[in-house]
Write a protein that binds this ligand. Structure first.
Ligand SMILES: O=C[C@H](O)COP(=O)(O)O
Length: 262
């Protein structure tokens, strides 16, 4: 990656850790991470909605440099949408980020491209940076269509999003077959699609914008494989699931530069 893009290591806790466990977990990160870590890497956690207030209180109280965000956002800002959490609610909690279009939302909650697109716009409308998740399933990968499939998801999610918003977006390439499976994409696999995402951003907007956007890799990232993936020029960080639930392992990933490139 270029020096101009600060790497982002974001831990997606998924539906794990209640608010008491979240407090204990965040405190462990507070004691483990230091200014050198924060100078080298931006660190973020994406807890469940019910944990956000507790995490906010700790981060504010201890002046932690860790960022936090949500795992989803409603496309609507208020109203009769039972069970939804709105952008204004998340921005009131000072969320920096929100994951949008995670494959688990697409797969289990029927999120289509227009829904993902509306959520991306809702995030920007409320001053929250989307971490837009894209990536192919195993059948698509076996057919060799991973690039065209992922770029079509990117196109759909960014439809009607102006450059002044899009330049802040974070894109996470997460091949579905590598999520929670222990099956990691090779650094070359990650680079192929992350590089294609950057080329498409340049086509949709400009090279200058594409050079600013951080493209993450996600899918079975661990401390043992993070350095190899991060060595690729178009990979600017990682969206980490299972390994982010272990604070020590997460901190090792944040310190990927200390690990050997495998
Ligand atoms: O959001 C995170 C990704 O789904 C990756 O999850 P994982 O690291 O458990 O494979």
């Amino acid at each position: 990656m270029t020096a101009a893009r600060t790497p982002l290591m974001a831990g997606n806790w998924k539906m794990n850790l209640n608010h008491l466990e979240a407090i204990a977990h965040t405190q462990k990160l507070f004691f483990a991470l230091n200014d050198k870590d924060y100078a080298a890497v931006e660190v973020a956690v994406l807890p469940p909605f019910t944990d956000l207030r507790s995490v906010q209180t700790l981060v504010d109280g201890d002046k932690m440099k860790i960022k936090y965000g949500a795992q989803d956002i409603s496309a609507h800002d208020s109203g009769a949408y039972t069970g939804e959490i709105s952008g204004p609610m998340l921005s009131k909690l000072k969320c920096t980020y929100v994951a949008i279009g995670h494959s688990e939302r697409r797969q289990y909650h029927g999120e289509t491209e227009p829904v993902v697109n509306a959520k991306v716009k809702a995030a920007f409308r409320n001053g929250i940076v989307p971490i837009l998740c894209v990536g192919e399933g195993l059948d698509i990968r076996k057919a060799g269509d991973q690039v065209s499939y992922t770029l079509a998801q990117l196109d759909g999610a960014l439809e009607g999003v102006p450059a002044e918003d899009a330049e802040a977006i974070v894109v996470a390439y997460e091949p579905v077959w590598a999520i929670g499976t222990g099956e990691v994409a090779t650094p070359e696999d990650a680079q192929e699609v992350c590089g294609a995402i950057r080329v498409r951003l340049a086509e949709l907007y400009s090279q200058e914008l594409a050079d600013k956007v951080r493209v993450l890799y996600g899918g079975s990232v661990k401390s043992s494989n993070a350095a190899g993936i991060m060595a690729k020029p178009d990979v600017d960080g990682a969206l980490i699931g299972g390994a982010a639930l272990d604070p020590e392992e997460f901190v090792k990933i944040v310190r990927y530069r200390d690990q050997a490139v495998g």
